[in-house]
Design a protein around this ligand. Structure first.
Ligand SMILES: Nc1nc2c(ncn2[C@@H]2O[C@H](COP(=O)(O)OP(=O)(O)O)[C@@H](O)[C@H]2O)c(=O)[nH]1
Ligand SMILES: [Mg+2]
Length: 225
């Protein structure tokens, strides 16, 4: 079962993107479930879920990448045993850390007879309010970008050219290897690419050596003791 996460700060456009991506993937013949970590955010419209033949779960009560990783793993295992989707798209809370979510997803392997495969980590960055993000929540946004495989400069339909350029430069300054692309759920730009990335590519599993590498690049020292 493949797990795809769409990271990004609150308001970056995760729910809007997830709905477009999910319905496109269903059209392409995939069996899709969605999990939304509802931490005071707008939830998915149940009519949308029904109309698209999706299975949807909401998990609340804390962040699924840390505080309630266990219930997230449990939900994945149950989805596997009941609906059996080939892809689960997860909208973590706006403060989730992508690697924490990978680790939590892998916990589900002890709860059901399955192997978890990760789709590339997609991070959305809202180019229409990049100045505010850099002022108010810079470190969090940096972490979400650092751990991304593909970064979408989002809301390009309303962002200024300056906002788009600043966002691209910021992403590149933090993550040299991530693919950078534009997205707008209003015009549909970037949705096909996101679907292609989710279906055809994979991202490494969480493990201790990667954690160590992450600590080293983030804090300039070895993980562990
Ligand atoms: N102009 C524009 N607005 C968007 C786009 N994507 C999302 N929004 C709006 O941004 C707000 C936050 O979007 P939402 O998907 O709820 O973000 P989330 O908090 O990350 O899930 C909503 O008012 C959306 O309508 C976009 O591509 N262009
Ligand atoms: Mg949302």
């Amino acid at each position: 079962m493949k797990v795809s996460q769409i990271a990004g700060f609150l308001g970056s456009g995760k729910t809007s993107a997830l709905m477009k991506i999910a319905s496109r993937l269903v059209e392409q013949g995939n069996r899709i479930a969605i999990i939304v970590n509802d931490v005071g955010e707008i939830s998915i419209d149940s009519r949308f879920v029904e109309a698209n033949g999706l299975e949807a779960k909401e998990i609340s009560g804390g962040c699924i990448c840390c505080q309630i990783a266990g219930s997230f793993a449990e939900t994945l295992a149950k989805l596997h045993d009941s609906f059996n989707p080939n892809i689960v798209i997860v909208e973590p809370s706006g403060v989730a850390i992508p690697w924490g979510l990978k680790r939590a997803a892998e916990y589900s392997e002890v709860k059901a007879d399955m192997i978890v495969e990760h789709a590339p980590v997609i991070t959305l960055v809202d180019a229409s309010r990049i100045d505010m993000l850099l002022k108010a929540v810079r470190r969090l946004v940096e972490t979400q970008i650092r751990e991304a495989d593909v970064c979408f400069v989002n809301k390009v339909d309303v962002a200024t050219p300056q906002g788009i350029a600043t966002t691209e430069e910021f992403i590149r300054s933090i993550n040299e290897r991530a693919e950078i692309a534009h997205m707008s759920t209003t015009t549909g730009e970037g949705i096909d690419l996101a679907c292609e990335v989710i279906v055809n590519r994979i991202s490494p599993r969480y493990d201790d050596s990667m954690e160590e590498e992450r600590l080293r690049s983030q804090y300039g020292k070895k993980g562990g003791n």
